[in-house]
Ligand binder design. Structure first.
Ligand code: PMP
Ligand code: GLN
Length: 380
């Protein structure tokens, strides 16, 4: 029988990380920090394991963590969410995305995604039997043309995905974007999936416009986040979903049979961390902004041209002064011949913009790693 996902190969993140290992390249491809997890969190994780928190957690997540998430949500976005009925702890944002889509999207429905978009969205949509309808972001500044989104809506549209700060571009939605989205979904049955995994990595005094700030949108949204990004521990795979009670009830029907619960010791550790060090959220932007700025200054000594980075931990670079290769070939060449792994943008698109010569570099790295990469990039 034909594959259920005929267009899916191995994700570009795995492909480029493997290539980086094979060629001893500095890996600025797959997005993950190479600096340590906060000591406090590691101590709390081992404490939880020593204290016997090693069996199944409650299906929805431990109450202490859900309460900490609720408190943090109120503090950051001014929205009061019910820790019992509206928050579910999941095995990464990825699981939350799959759960949400599988729970509410039916076969033959449509889900609008904004290209370039994170690569797990479309497989989730397709496994639900539905179709992804791709709307392109502006190829220069990655802003949304909401008229195009409106034009893509049909009677079959069940969901619209948004992602702010955006992977791969770092672009952020502003209040007028969310107002335009609210206009489109008002009086329809369209739900929103807001991927906000980089919510705390924002720069230059910008405000993260979580849909949770906007009651009209929050009432029809699954808001997904990930502790992996916020606490430098992408391998722990703990995230969560905030959604109104009725949507959460549907999401949990999938979650309970998919994973039942997520890694229990880490839930205790995050609960302790959020309570003990609430300032971590506020300091993360400054921490990454310094890396962003330093890396951009270093890149000025190469033939790569940097694009603005409003949020997230990826720097897009235009490589057209170095090469005219299509982006996937360029990134392979950069990895194998120049020793720096990068991520091409075309895997994030249904139809990549013709002639786009952009690559994504992750700056969630120690300065020594970035220095080593720059030394090599100067020779490219
Ligand atoms: N969405 C986006 C935009 C991401 O960048 C990532 C992480 N790569 C995820 C979702 C998945 O997060 P997690 O690792 O917590 O599953
Ligand atoms: N989110 C990470 C990125 O964009 C990769 C996650 C993964 O490898 N699945 O690089």
């Amino acid at each position: 029988p034909p594959s259920k996902l005929p267009n899916v190969g191995t994700t570009i993140f795995t492909v480029m990380s493997q290539l980086a290992v094979e060629h001893g390249a500095v890996n600025l491809g797959q997005g993950f920090p190479d600096f340590p997890v906060p000591d406090f969190l590691v101590d709390e994780l081992s404490r939880a394991m020593r204290d016997g928190k090693n069996q199944y957690a409650p299906m929805t997540g431990i109450p202490a963590l859900r309460q900490a998430i609720a408190a943090k949500t109120q503090r950051c976005y001014g929205r009061k969410v019910d820790a019992d009925a509206e928050i579910t702890v999941t095995s990464g944002a990825s699981e939350a995305i799959f759960d949400a889509v599988l729970a509410v999207v039916r076969a033959d429905e449509e889900v609008i995604v904004l290209d370039p978009c994170y690569d797990c969205y479309e497989p989730a949509i397709n496994l639900a039997g539905a179709r992804a309808v791709h709307v392109a972001l502006d190829p220069v500044d990655f802003s949304v043309d909401w008229q195009k989104v409106r034009d893509a809506v049909s009677p079959r549209t069940r969901m619209i995905f948004i992602n702010t700060p955006h992977n791969p571009s770092g672009a952020m939605l502003d209040a007028s974007d969310l107002a335009a989205l609210a206009d489109i979904v008002r009086d329809t049955r369209i739900l929103v999936l807001a991927d906000e995994v980089y919510e705390h990595i924002v720069f230059d005094g910008r405000r993260h416009e979580s849909v949770l700030r906007y009651p009209e949108l929050a009432e029809r949204s699954f808001v997904v986040s990930s502790f992996g990004k916020t606490y430098h521990c992408t391998g722990w795979k703990i995230g969560y979903c905030i959604a109104p009670a009725a949507l959460t009830a549907e999401l949990r029907k999938v979650h309970q049979y998919n994973t039942f619960c997520s890694f229990a010791p880490a839930q205790w550790a995050f609960a302790a961390m959020i309570d003990a060090q609430p300032a971590h959220y506020d300091e993360l932007g400054a921490f990454y902004q310094e890396k962003r700025d330093h890396f951009a200054r270093q890149l000025a000594s190469t033939r790569l041209r940097t694009l603005p980075v409003p949020g997230g931990y990826f720097q897009l670079v235009d490589y057209s002064a170095i090469s005219d290769l299509p982006d996937t070939e360029f990134c392979r060449w950069l990895t194998t011949e120049k020793g720096v792994a990068a991520i091409p943008l075309s895997p994030f698109y249904e139809t990549p913009p013709p002639g786009q010569r952009l690559a994504r570099l992750c700056f969630a790295k120690n300065q020594a790693t970035l220095d080593a990469a720059i030394e090599r990039l100067q020779k490219a």
